[in-house]
Design a protein around this ligand. Structure first.
Ligand code: PEP
Length: 250
């Protein structure tokens, strides 16, 4: 399966910045053997859709509401994202879980809504610094997987240790090997054979200088990239480090 390199642009840039970034990524994307995805702010989706038209780059949202429509001021539904040209959506990012109190149960409902609308969800899980220093990282991630994923699960997981997001502190390749193996076992335990094919992305300070090592770890099906995805050259350099064909789900 091809690796997926996904850029999470978060709440950065104005419309023209997102369009320029998308154009630069689309222009440099030829010859890259990974699947490429960019997730701009929802307000910038339509401009980015125009900018990448005809290229191999796909588009995703950064969140969606669990309901298909209704009285939810300021929220965006999964069908709205789909209508705007998104094919993917990031769900349960730690910034949503921490800043907006999103629970595993809510993430599961959002995942169901995304799939119902025809979007592929990228469901984020990851432990806090305290959980890791207390030796509870697998327990914490195991609970998140059990609570956040509907059965059956059609989508991608992103393992993002919270202490590595936006900090410049990356998990070691051994940390990633251990956690991705654990997640793979959990997925097989919960979903049977289908668990072999679910891509597991690593996210947390992935940069051009560490991407090759992280992407070569068994069971790594790609990367979810924050800061480095805001620079087209850095994002493309990470994508060029992807493994052409990896094994089961990564
Ligand atoms: C993220 O927020 O999903 C992320 C991985 O950010 P960064 O690459 O900046 O650590």
């Amino acid at each position: 399966m091809r690796q997926l390199i996904a850029g999470n642009w978060k709440m950065n840039g104005l419309g023209a910045d997102s369009v320029a970034l998308a154009r630069a990524i689309a222009a440099g994307a030829t010859g890259i053997t990974a699947d490429l995805l960019v997730c701009p702010a929802a307000l910038h989706l339509s401009g980015v859709v125009q900018a990448i038209r005809g290229s191999v780059v796909a588009i995703g949202g950064q969140d969606c509401h669990q309901d298909q429509q209704g009285a939810h001021t300021g929220d965006i539904s999964a069908p709205m994202l789909r209508d705007a040209g998104a094919a993917w959506v990031i769900l349960g990012h730690s910034e949503r879980r921490q800043n907006h109190g999103e629970t595993d149960e809510l993430v599961r409902e959002k995942t169901l809504a995304a799939v119902a609308a025809g979007l592929t969800p990228i469901v984020c899980v990851g432990e806090t610094n305290d959980q890791r220093s207390g030796g509870q990282e697998t327990e914490a991630v195991g609970w998140q997987i059990a609570g956040s994923l509907p059965k059956p699960f059609i989508g991608v997981i992103a393992y993002e240790p919270i202490w590595a997001i936006g900090t410049g502190r990356t998990a070691t390749e051994d940390d990633v090997l251990d956690m991705h193996s654990f997640i793979r076992e959990e997925l097989i335990r919960q979903f049977g054979d289908a668990g072999h094919g679910i891509r597991i992305l690593y996210g947390g300070s992935v940069k051009p200088n560490n991407a090759a090592g992280l992407l070569a770890v068994p069971n790594v099906g790609g990367a979810l990239v924050g800061g480095a995805s805001l620079n087209a050259e850095d994002f493309l350099a990470i994508a060029r480090a992807a493994i052409a064909e990896s094994g089961q789900g990564g």
